[in-house]
Design a protein around this ligand. Sequence first.
Ligand code: G3H
Ligand code: ZN
Length: 287
Amino acid sequence: MPLVAAGGLLTAARERRGAVAAFNVITLEHVEAVLEGAERAGVPVILQISENAVRYRRADPLPLARAATAAAEAAAVPAALHLDHVRDPELLRRAAEAGCSSVMVDASHLPYRDNLAACAAAARWARANGLWTEAELGVVGGKDGEPPPDPHHPEARTDPEAARAFTAASGVDALAVAIGSRHAMTTPVAALDHALLARLAERVPVPLVLHGSSGVPAAELAAAVRGGITKVNIGTALNVALTTGVRAALVGDTEVVDPRRWLADGRSAMAATAARLAALVHRPPPG
Ligand code: G3H
Ligand code: ZN
């Protein structure tokens, strides 16, 4: 089916008190695995391409975005395309051309005023072009090349009153919040601050987004969705599955040369991970 808008998926998820899994895709195998996983779970999904992934793909978002669009159009579940962690304003403005219906402005490392100015400008442009904007307030941290922050440091957390004011002043459609998760964790051991999430959900009128969800245990993720998280960003868990699957295939057959043989194992492992997490956040079990 044709690509759907990420905003519509998040609005619907909120109404049914569930969430949408947003998976970071780097290769075509990621795209295929995420769609296969979502089909297996029978739930909608968001495919997201980060600025880092764009850089890896010869600094052009179009080839992967076009492949993702074509694959999504052939899928049996609704899928949306999102441009993730964008710092380059030029890239931001290519989101629509790439088929993305939402963009995340990565400016929370800047002082509050500069983050606000960048997000307000992006939101104005995005709205005029029919796109949603996601901002981040607080420090999730742990992105490529960043020193690992302490996610439990109070200054890293999103302040509920600041989040309310920021959302109203910037006009963004969704807000990523720092409640104890961190990017690029390869094992799910993060503890979330559910009391803080409850205060954020009470004050912030737009859907809340959890970044660094690979590091969050399943029970914590389900509780976060029940507590008001509407978009669950997952990247590293797919990469762990891919690499583990490929490594096992290569170790198991040292003569193999056809990449389809070992890539397929990595892709199957990613599809299983995507199916499990997409189903979990779509309809979290009662706590
Ligand atoms: O925006 C992307 C996510 O926050 C992914 O984080 O790789 O730690 O799951 P993760
Ligand atoms: Zn993120």
